[in-house]
Design a protein around this ligand. Structure first.
Ligand SMILES: C[C@@]1(CC(=O)O)C2=NC(=C\c3[nH]c(c(CCC(=O)O)c3CC(=O)O)Cc3[nH]c(c(CC(=O)O)c3CCC(=O)O)/C=C3\N/C(=C\2)[C@@H](CCC(=O)O)[C@]3(C)CC(=O)O)/[C@H]1CCC(=O)O
Ligand SMILES: NC(=O)c1ccc[n+]([C@@H]2O[C@H](COP(=O)([O-])OP(=O)(O)OC[C@H]3O[C@@H](n4cnc5c(N)ncnc54)[C@H](O)[C@@H]3O)[C@@H](O)[C@H]2O)c1
Length: 217
């Protein structure tokens, strides 16, 4: 099942410092979480992230799973090239009911990583083949990225920003969910708002949206 994990402000530990660790760290950096990498060696990208204080780094070879009790993370991602170490970590994390992911063990991991297309951090599209072919996910992502550029427009992104604002107000000011929905749809399909967005007058579009909302009966 594809869901969006909420890991805001949580402590996430990544074991290993190679290519896989780098991919996982890059995804985690898009969330507002605390990332600790533990590895005996790290590649230059991870070293730079630590230097820039984007992540915490512990240069250490993991031999047992004591670090789990000591650091009490919300989630562990293990990416070492040592299958036994990865398995030990998975077993212990499961015992402690900690969310765990192992790069070499999709079957025992609590989640998977789809290929992701991102539009302005506002719309994310995930492509997933259920573990059958990661390489094909990557290829389809490339094809979709090109096609979607003409479908998900700058105007759509502006509408999302406006909806975020009016939706918050609507939740407080319009008590009936069906009415709320109707009002939000009206704002989404308002020709004047569309035109203002196209003319680059986003603030005016926002104002008009709020006016429609305030006048809603
Ligand atoms: C989509 C993407 C997202 C990401 O990684 O963030 C992703 N793999 C990507 C690329 C990629 N990975 C691999 C290759 C080499 C060719 C090949 O093997 O096909 C390539 C292609 C390349 O690099 O060109 C090797 C590989 N991958 C996995 C294993 C282990 C195994 O199968 O047991 C091995 C063997 C390792 C080895 O040989 O030792 C497992 C998984 N990889 C997944 C995701 C999950 C299933 C996704 C799905 O079902 O679609 C899953 C199950 C992990 C999970 O659960 O999360 C990302 C592209 C995104 C992008 O570029 O935007
Ligand atoms: N899920 C995927 O999409 C995917 C893709 C490619 C590879 N893989 C798998 O991911 C694993 C790692 O791949 P990689 O390319 O990052 O390998 P890598 O060799 O580049 O990195 C391995 C890292 O683990 C560290 N490490 C090893 N043993 C350790 C220990 N005991 N304690 C702490 N750190 C330790 C090493 O120092 C190194 O930094 C492999 O098992 C590979 O099969 C998965």
């Amino acid at each position: 099942m594809i869901v969006d994990l909420n890991i805001q402000n949580k402590r996430i530990i990544v074991i290993g410092g190679g290519n896989e660790a780098e991919k996982r760290v890059n995804s985690l950096l898009k969330q507002n979480c605390n990332i600790l990498v533990i590895s005996d060696t790290v590649n230059s990208k991870i070293r730079k992230l630590a230097k820039d204080n984007k992540i915490e780094l512990k240069k250490q070879k993991i031999q047992d799973t004591k670090f789990i009790s000591t650091l009490n993370p919300h989630m562990i991602i293990t990416t070492t090239n040592d299958k036994k170490v990865n398995q030990k970590i998975v077993n212990e994390a499961k015992k402690k009911k900690i969310i765990v992911y192992s790069s070499d063990n999709p079957d025992e991991s609590d989640f998977s990583n789809p290929a992701i297309i991102d539009f302005d951090k506002m719309v994310q599209i995930a492509i997933f083949t259920g573990g059958q072919s990661p390489a094909m996910s990557k290829k389809i992502k490339g094809k979709l990225e090109k096609a979607l550029k003409n479908i998900i427009t700058k105007e759509d992104i502006s509408h999302i920003k406006i909806q975020k604002i009016v939706r918050k107000i609507a939740k407080e000011s319009i008590s009936a969910p069906t009415q709320r929905k109707e009002c939000l749809h009206k704002i989404m399909s308002d020709n004047e708002i569309d035109q203002l967005i196209k003319d680059g007058q986003v603030k005016k579009a926002e104002k008009r949206a709020i006016t429609i909302l305030r006048n809603w009966k």
